[in-house]
Design a binder for this molecule. Sequence first.
Ligand SMILES: [Fe+2]
Length: 240
Amino acid sequence: MKIKSGNFQVIGKYQMLYPVTRRVFRWSTPDPEWYWNMVGHLIFSNEGIIMIDPPNVPGLIDALKRLGNIEAVILTTADHLRAAPYFSWAYGVDIYLPRQVGNHLGDDVKYRVGRLKNPILFNEGESLPCGIRPFSVQVPRTKPYHSVDEMVLLTQDGEIFTGDLIMGSNEGKILTLDEFFHHPSDSIPNETDIIHNFIEVEKVIKKTKAKSLLVPHGYDIIGTLPQATSEKAKTVLKTP
Ligand SMILES: [Fe+2]
Protein backbone atom coordinates (compact mmCIF):
# COMPACT_ATOMS: atom_id res chain seq x y z
CA MET A 1 0.00 0.00 0.00
CA LYS A 2 1.41 3.37 -0.97
CA ILE A 3 1.36 5.99 1.74
CA LYS A 4 -1.12 8.63 0.57
CA SER A 5 -0.10 12.27 0.87
CA GLY A 6 -3.19 12.83 3.03
CA ASN A 7 -1.78 10.33 5.47
CA PHE A 8 1.22 12.55 6.07
CA GLN A 9 -1.18 15.36 6.99
CA VAL A 10 -2.87 13.06 9.51
CA ILE A 11 0.48 11.95 10.89
CA GLY A 12 1.58 15.57 11.13
CA LYS A 13 -1.62 16.57 12.87
CA TYR A 14 -1.26 14.01 15.64
CA GLN A 15 2.50 14.55 15.97
CA MET A 16 3.16 11.16 17.44
CA LEU A 17 4.18 9.02 14.48
CA TYR A 18 7.75 9.38 13.28
CA PRO A 19 8.94 8.06 9.90
CA VAL A 20 11.53 5.29 10.20
CA THR A 21 11.84 3.55 6.83
CA ARG A 22 9.99 3.43 3.51
CA ARG A 23 6.77 1.98 4.96
CA VAL A 24 7.35 2.09 8.72
CA PHE A 25 6.50 4.67 11.37
CA ARG A 26 7.10 4.57 15.14
CA TRP A 27 5.70 6.13 18.29
CA SER A 28 6.59 5.82 21.97
CA THR A 29 5.43 6.45 25.51
CA PRO A 30 7.04 5.95 28.93
CA ASP A 31 6.49 2.63 30.66
CA PRO A 32 4.50 3.64 33.76
CA GLU A 33 6.32 1.07 35.91
CA TRP A 34 9.92 1.55 34.77
CA TYR A 35 12.30 4.17 33.42
CA TRP A 36 12.33 3.04 29.79
CA ASN A 37 10.04 3.87 26.88
CA MET A 38 7.70 1.48 25.12
CA VAL A 39 7.92 1.85 21.35
CA GLY A 40 5.36 0.73 18.79
CA HIS A 41 5.76 0.51 15.01
CA LEU A 42 3.26 0.43 12.20
CA ILE A 43 3.78 -0.83 8.68
CA PHE A 44 1.72 0.27 5.69
CA SER A 45 1.06 -2.94 3.75
CA ASN A 46 -1.12 -3.93 0.81
CA GLU A 47 -3.51 -5.55 3.28
CA GLY A 48 -3.71 -2.52 5.58
CA ILE A 49 -1.88 -1.33 8.65
CA ILE A 50 0.17 -3.84 10.63
CA MET A 51 1.21 -2.87 14.15
CA ILE A 52 4.12 -4.39 16.05
CA ASP A 53 4.10 -4.42 19.90
CA PRO A 54 1.80 -1.35 20.01
CA PRO A 55 1.44 0.68 23.22
CA ASN A 56 -1.59 2.94 23.39
CA VAL A 57 -1.08 6.70 23.54
CA PRO A 58 -3.54 9.63 23.46
CA GLY A 59 -4.73 10.23 19.91
CA LEU A 60 -3.43 6.96 18.46
CA ILE A 61 -6.85 5.46 17.81
CA ASP A 62 -8.06 8.63 16.07
CA ALA A 63 -4.95 8.70 13.90
CA LEU A 64 -5.29 5.03 12.95
CA LYS A 65 -8.94 5.44 12.00
CA ARG A 66 -7.95 8.11 9.51
CA LEU A 67 -4.92 6.28 8.16
CA GLY A 68 -6.69 3.08 7.11
CA ASN A 69 -7.73 -0.40 8.02
CA ILE A 70 -5.93 -2.01 10.95
CA GLU A 71 -5.16 -5.44 9.53
CA ALA A 72 -3.29 -7.07 12.37
CA VAL A 73 -1.21 -6.71 15.49
CA ILE A 74 1.92 -8.87 15.63
CA LEU A 75 3.80 -9.35 18.89
CA THR A 76 7.44 -10.29 19.28
CA THR A 77 6.65 -11.72 22.74
CA ALA A 78 3.55 -12.15 24.85
CA ASP A 79 5.23 -9.85 27.37
CA HIS A 80 4.48 -7.03 24.91
CA LEU A 81 0.70 -7.32 24.86
CA ARG A 82 0.43 -3.59 25.62
CA ALA A 83 -2.66 -2.32 23.74
CA ALA A 84 -3.29 -5.63 21.92
CA PRO A 85 -6.25 -6.61 24.15
CA TYR A 86 -7.87 -3.26 23.40
CA PHE A 87 -7.48 -3.66 19.62
CA SER A 88 -8.78 -7.22 19.93
CA TRP A 89 -11.91 -6.33 21.87
CA ALA A 90 -12.74 -2.90 20.45
CA TYR A 91 -11.93 -3.52 16.78
CA GLY A 92 -11.76 -7.30 16.33
CA VAL A 93 -8.18 -7.01 15.09
CA ASP A 94 -6.31 -10.32 14.70
CA ILE A 95 -3.56 -10.58 17.32
CA TYR A 96 -0.59 -12.73 16.29
CA LEU A 97 1.26 -14.14 19.29
CA PRO A 98 4.45 -16.24 19.33
CA ARG A 99 3.81 -19.77 20.51
CA GLN A 100 6.36 -19.51 23.28
CA VAL A 101 7.53 -22.76 24.77
CA GLY A 102 8.91 -21.25 27.97
CA ASN A 103 6.69 -20.98 31.00
CA HIS A 104 8.29 -17.77 32.21
CA LEU A 105 5.20 -15.67 31.51
CA GLY A 106 3.79 -14.06 34.62
CA ASP A 107 0.28 -14.88 35.76
CA ASP A 108 -0.87 -11.39 34.76
CA VAL A 109 0.33 -11.91 31.17
CA LYS A 110 -1.21 -15.39 30.99
CA TYR A 111 -4.50 -13.94 32.19
CA ARG A 112 -4.46 -11.16 29.59
CA VAL A 113 -3.52 -13.55 26.78
CA GLY A 114 -6.38 -15.81 27.83
CA ARG A 115 -8.82 -12.95 27.45
CA LEU A 116 -7.84 -12.01 23.89
CA LYS A 117 -10.82 -12.33 21.59
CA ASN A 118 -8.96 -13.53 18.55
CA PRO A 119 -5.37 -14.61 19.20
CA ILE A 120 -3.49 -16.45 16.45
CA LEU A 121 -0.48 -18.36 17.73
CA PHE A 122 2.43 -18.65 15.32
CA ASN A 123 5.64 -20.64 15.09
CA GLU A 124 8.97 -20.00 13.43
CA GLY A 125 8.79 -20.38 9.67
CA GLU A 126 5.10 -19.54 9.32
CA SER A 127 4.04 -16.70 7.04
CA LEU A 128 2.52 -13.68 8.74
CA PRO A 129 0.64 -10.66 7.31
CA CYS A 130 2.68 -8.36 5.08
CA GLY A 131 5.01 -11.26 4.22
CA ILE A 132 6.68 -11.07 7.64
CA ARG A 133 8.74 -14.15 8.59
CA PRO A 134 9.30 -15.05 12.27
CA PHE A 135 12.55 -16.49 13.67
CA SER A 136 12.48 -18.02 17.14
CA VAL A 137 15.16 -16.93 19.62
CA GLN A 138 15.68 -18.47 23.03
CA VAL A 139 18.61 -17.39 25.14
CA PRO A 140 20.00 -19.35 28.10
CA ARG A 141 20.43 -17.11 31.10
CA THR A 142 22.02 -17.18 34.51
CA LYS A 143 19.34 -15.03 36.12
CA PRO A 144 15.64 -15.79 36.10
CA TYR A 145 14.23 -12.28 36.19
CA HIS A 146 13.76 -11.96 32.49
CA SER A 147 13.95 -14.99 30.24
CA VAL A 148 14.43 -14.41 26.54
CA ASP A 149 12.03 -16.42 24.43
CA GLU A 150 10.75 -14.35 21.57
CA MET A 151 10.29 -14.07 17.82
CA VAL A 152 12.42 -11.87 15.61
CA LEU A 153 10.24 -10.63 12.74
CA LEU A 154 11.80 -10.14 9.30
CA THR A 155 10.06 -7.79 6.85
CA GLN A 156 10.26 -8.00 3.07
CA ASP A 157 12.36 -4.81 3.15
CA GLY A 158 15.14 -6.50 5.16
CA GLU A 159 14.28 -4.98 8.53
CA ILE A 160 14.01 -7.02 11.72
CA PHE A 161 11.81 -6.34 14.72
CA THR A 162 13.07 -7.72 18.02
CA GLY A 163 11.42 -7.88 21.46
CA ASP A 164 13.58 -7.48 24.53
CA LEU A 165 16.60 -9.22 23.01
CA ILE A 166 18.51 -6.12 21.90
CA MET A 167 17.99 -2.46 21.13
CA GLY A 168 19.85 0.43 19.57
CA SER A 169 21.63 3.11 21.56
CA ASN A 170 21.34 6.77 20.63
CA GLU A 171 24.76 6.39 18.97
CA GLY A 172 23.57 3.60 16.68
CA LYS A 173 25.24 0.83 18.69
CA ILE A 174 23.70 -2.46 19.82
CA LEU A 175 22.81 -2.90 23.48
CA THR A 176 21.86 -6.35 24.72
CA LEU A 177 19.01 -6.93 27.11
CA ASP A 178 21.39 -7.15 30.06
CA GLU A 179 23.04 -3.85 29.29
CA PHE A 180 19.82 -1.90 28.98
CA PHE A 181 17.34 -3.29 31.49
CA HIS A 182 18.86 -2.74 34.89
CA HIS A 183 16.49 -3.68 37.64
CA PRO A 184 17.33 -1.92 40.89
CA SER A 185 17.99 -5.16 42.73
CA ASP A 186 20.13 -6.54 39.97
CA SER A 187 21.95 -3.60 38.48
CA ILE A 188 25.24 -5.17 37.41
CA PRO A 189 25.05 -6.77 33.95
CA ASN A 190 26.19 -10.38 33.95
CA GLU A 191 28.92 -10.98 31.36
CA THR A 192 27.78 -14.54 30.63
CA ASP A 193 24.26 -13.33 29.92
CA ILE A 194 25.58 -10.58 27.63
CA ILE A 195 27.64 -13.13 25.67
CA HIS A 196 24.76 -15.65 25.39
CA ASN A 197 22.44 -12.87 24.33
CA PHE A 198 24.76 -11.54 21.64
CA ILE A 199 25.63 -14.99 20.23
CA GLU A 200 21.93 -15.64 19.57
CA VAL A 201 21.43 -12.15 18.15
CA GLU A 202 24.37 -12.45 15.80
CA LYS A 203 23.05 -15.78 14.46
CA VAL A 204 19.68 -14.34 13.52
CA ILE A 205 21.11 -11.13 12.03
CA LYS A 206 23.44 -13.18 9.81
CA LYS A 207 20.68 -15.63 8.87
CA THR A 208 18.25 -12.87 7.91
CA LYS A 209 20.88 -10.55 6.37
CA ALA A 210 18.93 -7.70 8.01
CA LYS A 211 20.14 -4.17 7.43
CA SER A 212 17.91 -2.38 9.95
CA LEU A 213 16.81 -3.06 13.51
CA LEU A 214 13.41 -1.87 14.77
CA VAL A 215 12.92 -2.18 18.51
CA PRO A 216 10.12 -1.88 21.11
CA HIS A 217 12.47 -0.11 23.57
CA GLY A 218 15.31 2.30 22.83
CA TYR A 219 16.44 3.45 19.40
CA ASP A 220 16.12 1.87 15.96
CA ILE A 221 19.25 1.24 13.88
CA ILE A 222 18.54 2.07 10.26
CA GLY A 223 20.70 0.72 7.43
CA THR A 224 23.82 0.08 9.52
CA LEU A 225 22.91 -3.07 11.45
CA PRO A 226 25.68 -5.25 9.90
CA GLN A 227 28.35 -2.70 10.90
CA ALA A 228 26.86 -2.31 14.39
CA THR A 229 26.89 -6.12 14.75
CA SER A 230 30.56 -6.36 13.72
CA GLU A 231 31.53 -3.61 16.15
CA LYS A 232 29.63 -5.30 18.96
CA ALA A 233 31.33 -8.65 18.25
CA LYS A 234 34.69 -6.98 18.84
CA THR A 235 33.74 -5.99 22.37
CA VAL A 236 31.50 -8.88 23.42
CA LEU A 237 33.08 -11.87 21.65
CA LYS A 238 36.55 -10.27 21.36
CA THR A 239 36.64 -11.07 17.63
CA PRO A 240 39.23 -9.13 15.58
FE1 LIG B 1 9.94 -5.20 26.77
